[in-house]
Design a binder for this molecule. Structure first.
Ligand code: AHR
Length: 506
């Protein structure tokens, strides 16, 4: 039998990173593949409600307790005419959708999405098209969505049956505008200037908006860092958040290296904060720009299949990654990376939510089920709200192809708002050995373990499917316990753990 590793953590109630913004556990729904059509909306589906929204899907979204959903793209938004998706359905045009080479029917538009958001108890994070369009379409959309009445676009909305404004608060100024694949891609200067003018007029329509400026579409872009600095230099006082996007894969089937990729995410966040603060210093500004990590996930399984999809079909099965046990481990670590910088990362969007690189999968006309990554995301969303604590971690480390000093133990802790619950999240990255975790608690007198949830599987490539939806599911047989002021728990090899403590009621 393989020996057991040891990992130690010190958790002190007053070592606080920050309050966690609930919006850290947001997600993303794009007009892409079967996210909307066959996911959110499906007339004739046995569970469809009177608005044709799938109730089975809505139920799973509610389980995740997602506070905000970015919409309608993504690459899609850079060619989108929002006017195509409002008003009588029979008059809405079918358009060639150039970003994903499909046909967009426009059966769902901004009003329907707002309705769906209400149904699943979430907010909409709206994106404007700064690719093929500009400030005029942007200010009109804000007026349509957020102005109460008495103007052309607000009254147009009312004439479409939506008397009350949607009051969308958070708006993205375009999407990945540095990417050559983007419709209307721009240089940093071109984008910065356009985004500045868009931000101004959007806020003149609705001063309460919170605005997200596009950072690089990834830290591997040749213009990374310079792009952020230029764009922020041009827009600093007019925006609130800078966006980050990242996706990881395990293409060469090197799992220790794959599981270490969250270290890259840590580094990425750290670098972007440094850039924001450099511009702050340069401008002698009192304002701090925070981060919106509005696309993050594992994405690679579907790349090959996507190349075989015929263009110009309606809602084809694009980007349908089927997630494995090991993907769930990395997603767990990525969630901890976000929590670790909750002082600056205020918005996070798992990309995406339904069918398209998503925790929720459906059959068009059939079943809906939870992928492996559903579970760490749900656990973080349910139990990761409150204050992020700074754990002092000691554990053995390993080197992998792209990383050195990768701790076998990845851990974070969150204290609930009422300070009566403490949740320890932990991944054991060791593929061979379990780990004896000892977590010294300081300032948590009277706390006891309520539940130790574990996600594990003997096969790291195990997946959930419509026929076998419960193959990879969490259990609560973890042995976490408090003894002499310490949490003691065995972390199985290659496992995701959620150890939930609560203070005994006096
Ligand atoms: O989430 C899928 C795509 O990834 C988005 O449309 C785009 O913004 C990113 O490149």
């Amino acid at each position: 039998m393989a020996p057991t590793r040891r990992g130690t953590v010190i958790l002190e109630k007053d070592y606080r990173i920050s309050e966690i913004d609930d919006r850290l556990y947001g997600a993303f729904v794009e007009h892409l593949g079967r996210a909307i059509y066959g996911g959110v909306y499906e007339p004739g589906h046995p569970t469809a409600d009177s608005d044709c929204f799938r109730e089975d899907v809505a139920e799973l979204v509610r389980e995740l307790n997602v506070p905000i959903v970015r919409y309608p793209g993504g690459n899609f938004v850079s060619g989108y005419n929002w006017e195509d998706g409002v008003g009588p359905r029979e008059k809405r045009p079918r358009r060639l959708e150039l970003a994903w080479r499909t046909v967009e029917t426009n059966e769902v538009g901004v009003n329907e999405f707002a309705q769906w958001a209400k149904k699943v108890n979430t907010e909409v994070m709206m994106a404007i098209n700064l690719g093929s369009r500009g400030i005029d379409a942007a200010r009109n959309l804000v007026e349509y969505c957020n102005h109460p009445s008495g103007s052309y676009y607000s009254d147009l909305r009312r004439s479409h049956g939506f008397e009350e404004p949607h009051k969308f608060k958070v708006w993205c100024l375009g999407n990945e505008m540095d990417g050559p694949w983007q419709i209307g891609a721009k240089t940093a200067y071109e984008y910065g200037r356009t985004a500045l003018e868009a931000a101004k007029v959007m806020r003149w329509v609705d001063p309460s908006l919170e605005l997200v400026i596009c950072g690089s579409s990834g830290s591997g872009m040749p213009t990374f860092a310079e792009w952020e600095a230029t764009v922020l230099d041009l827009t600093y006082e007019h925006v609130d958040y800078l966006s980050l996007h990242t996706y990881y894969g395990n293409r060469d089937d090197d799992t220790p290296n794959f599981l270490a990729r969250s270290l890259d995410m840590d580094r990425f966040i750290h670098s972007v904060i440094a850039i924001c603060d450099y511009i702050k210093a340069k401008k002698r500004s009192k304002k701090t720009i925070n981060l919106s990590f509005d696309e993050w996930n594992v994405w690679y399984h579907s790349n090959e299949a996507d190349r075989r999809i015929d263009p110009w079909s309606i809602a084809p099965p694009q980007l349908e990654d089927i997630y494995t046990m090991e993907d769930a481990l990395l997603v767990g670590s990525m969630l901890m990376s976000l929590m670790r910088r909750a002082d600056r990362v205020k918005i996070g969007c798992l990309a995406q939510l339904i069918n398209v690189i998503a925790p929720i999968m459906t059959e068009t006309g059939g079943r809906a089920w939870r992928q492996t990554i559903f579970y760490p995301f749900m656990h973080a969303s349910l139990y990761g709200r409150g204050t992020a604590l700074l754990p002092i971690i000691r554990a053995d480390k390993y080197d992998s192809k792209d990383f050195t000093d990768v701790p076998y133990l990845d851990a974070m802790a969150v204290l609930s708002r009422e300070e009566d619950e403490l949740t320890i999240f932990a991944v054991n990255r060791d593929l061979e050995q379990s780990m004896d975790l000892t977590c010294e608690l300081r300032g948590f007198e009277g706390f006891a373990v309520q539940e130790h949830i574990v996600l594990e599987h003997q096969d790291l490539k195990a997946v959930n499917t419509a026929d076998n939806p419960h193959n990879v599911v969490p259990h609560t047989r973890g042995d976490g316990v408090v003894e002499d002021g310490q949490v003691k728990a065995k972390l199985s090899k290659a496992s995701w753990n959620v150890i939930r403590l609560a203070k005994a009621k006096s």
